[in-house]
Structure formats: structure tokens, C-alpha cells
Design a protein around this ligand. Structure first.
Ligand SMILES: NC(=O)c1ccc[n+]([C@@H]2O[C@H](COP(=O)([O-])OP(=O)(O)OC[C@H]3O[C@@H](n4cnc5c(N)ncnc54)[C@H](OP(=O)(O)O)[C@@H]3O)[C@@H](O)[C@H]2O)c1
Length: 269
């Protein structure tokens, strides 16, 4: 019987690449999409929901369970990024960041767990980021949302041990997806902020890294292999060698030294 996988945010980027690959490999793929509910290629079954809206998620999962009666894999992927200095970011934008990237994952996890516990065996994949392992300038709340996902995943892994539910965290580096175009800048950055010129310089470096980044299909292929492992690791960094090396440096260097290297990468003196 085909494994049932539920993926959030399948309209572009990682979600699109992962859902297409897993569907071609014979999984029964269900995808959460905010804007439409028509099945894709007659194969990927689309459930319309917004991950920040608990009711819409519960309805989507109830629909899935009437058709399949189990969820083998949840891939929490839907996300976005706000950008701007911490001082300039509005509470509305910070709320949007945390309610999508953190509460969105929480909402999905709480909604699938009753079925996953009952079937005693499943996998939850949380797409985090290298930004969940190190703070990034002008992406402070994005990094905070991913650090939160990291902590949540560690705690959840222990709580779900008795129910044979595995938690796998994926930490991608820079990838070329719609994430860059969809990023929401803090409005005050345009209107005379003291950070404006540094922000512009740093943002152009962030965008250059992302636009020159890996393709989402690369991550989809890696994830497909991870899902086939009997005992997957707790987390996987999927990134260029340089970005993997940055994570190693963060672990071994004194904080002040690592912070200088990262600041200089982002053009901050
Ligand atoms: N690209 C990178 O370099 C990178 C690096 C590290 C981690 N990540 C993480 O990877 C994940 C996917 O990002 P991506 O690069 O594939 O970006 P993307 O191309 O912009 O895709 C994001 C997806 O999330 C969906 N989404 C956003 N908010 C949603 C909501 N409230 N409810 C339901 N769906 C929602 C979007 O749907 P709509 O079409 O409705 O907006 C879209 O399908 C994110 O968690 C991101 O933080 C990305």
C-alpha cells in the first residue's frame, strides 16, 4: 500500500519539488495549498488551507483521513521570511513570521498527531534552515522562527518516542526558490531608517546567495533518500560545502570570532 504523505506549501519551491518527486515515486501525496484546491497532474491531491488557520487545517486533515485513514509522513514546509532590522520590524510582521513559520508547524503537528499516535508509526519532517542554527543579520525574526522549530523538534522527538513517531529536521542552506521574491521587508526600511543603507547592502548579499543557490529539486532528491531510511538521523544540513563548513565553524569557534566572520560575509563592519 502506498505511503500517505502530507506536505504544506506545495505551490512553489521545495514543496512543489518534493510533492512532484514523491508522487512520481508512488507515494499518495496530499498537499496543503492556500490559493486553490484542484488536484495537480491528477495525482497530487490538493487540500485548501492556511497553516495559520487552525480550523482550515482541521478540515483539510479530516478530508484526508476520510480518504486514506492514515498519515505516514507530514512534511512541514510552508514558510516565509520577513526582513529588516530588529528595531524597525513591526509587531504585525513579527506576528506574521512566527504564526507562519512556527505556529504553522505547531498547528499541523497538533492536527496530525491523534491519527499518527493511533497508527503507532509515522514520520514528521520539519523544514528548518541554517538560519535555525545561527542568527542572521536583518533576518532576526526569520532566524528566531527557525530556532523555535529546532527546539520544538528536539522536545517533540522525546515525547513521541513511545508512539514510534520519528522527527527529522532538514536545515537547508541557500536555494533558488520564490522565497526571495516573497520576502517581506520591514516598511520603515524605506522611510529614513538609520539602518537603511546597511540593510540594503546586506539584503543584496542575502539575495545574491539565494539566487545563486541550489535548486529545490536537489533538496527533494535528498529528502526522498532520507525518507527511505529505516533509522534516519535527527537532522540533515542540505547545503553547499561552504555553508556546511559555516555550521561547523559556528560549533567550534569562539562566538566573537564566528560573529566577525559572518558579519564580514554580510558586509557589516
Ligand atoms: N529557499 C531557501 O533558500 C530556504 C532556505 C532554508 C529554508 N527554507 C525554508 O523552506 C520552506 C519552503 O520555502 P521555499 O524556499 O520553497 O519558498 P517558496 O517558494 O516561497 O514556497 C513557500 C510555500 O509556502 C506556502 N505558504 C506560505 N505561507 C503559507 C500559509 N500561511 N499557509 C499555507 N501555505 C503557506 C506558499 O504558498 P503560497 O503560494 O500560498 O504563498 C508556498 O507554497 C520554508 O519553510 C523556508 O523557510 C528555504
Amino acid at each position: 500500500m502506498a505511503k500517505v504523505v502530507l506536505i504544506t506549501g506545495i505551490s512553489s519551491g521545495f514543496g512543489k519539488a518534493i510533492s512532484e518527486l514523491l508522487s512520481s515515486e508512488g507515494y499518495a501525496v496530499y498537499g496543503i495549498n492556500r490559493s486553490q484546491n484542484e488536484d495537480l497532474d491528477g495525482k497530487i491531491k490538493v487540500l485548501q488551507a492556511d497553516v495559520t488557520d487552525v480550523i482550515s487545517i482541521q478540515q483539510a486533515i479530516a478530508t484526508l483521513l476520510t480518504r486514506e485513514d492514515r498519515i505516514d509522513i507530514l512534511i512541514n514546509n510552508a514558510g516565509m521570511g520577513i526582513t529588516g532590522s530588529i528595531e524597525d520590524s513591526s509587531h504585525d510582521d513579527i506576528h506574521l513570521q512566527m504564526s507562519t513559520n512556527f505556529m504553522g508547524y505547531v498547528n499541523m503537528i497538533q492536527a496530525v498527531l491523534p491519527a499518527m499516535r493511533a497508527q503507532r508509526g509515522a514520520t514528521i519532517v520539519n523544514i528548518s534552515s541554517i538560519g535555525g542554527l545561527m542568527g542572521l543579520p536583518y533576518q532576526g525574526f526569520y532566524a528566531a522562527s527557525k530556532f523555535a522549530v529546532e527546539g520544538l523538534s528536539e522536545s517533540l522527538r522525546m515525547e513521541l518516542l513511545p508512539y514510534k513517531i520519528k522527527i527529522v529536521v532538514i536545515q537547508p542552506g541557500d536555494f533558488h526558490t520564490s522565497f526571495t521574491a516573497n520576502r517581506k521587508p520591514a516598511l520603515s526600511q524605506n522611510g529614513g531608517s538609520v539602518y537603511a543603507s546597511q540593510f540594503e547592502k546586506t539584503l543584496s548579499l542575502i539575495e545574491k546567495d539565494e539566487k545563486g543557490g541550489l535548486k529545490p529539486e536537489f533538496l527533494a532528491r535528498k529528502l526522498s533518500k532520507i525518507l527511505k531510511k529505516k533509522n534516519p538521523c535527527h537532522s540533515y544540513i542540505i547545503a553547499t560545502l561552504e555553508q556546511k563548513f559555516a555550521v561547523v565553524l559556528k560549533r567550534i569557534l569562539p562566538g566573537s570570532m564566528f560573529s566577525s566572520i559572518l558579519s564580514s560575509h554580510y558586509g557589516i563592519k
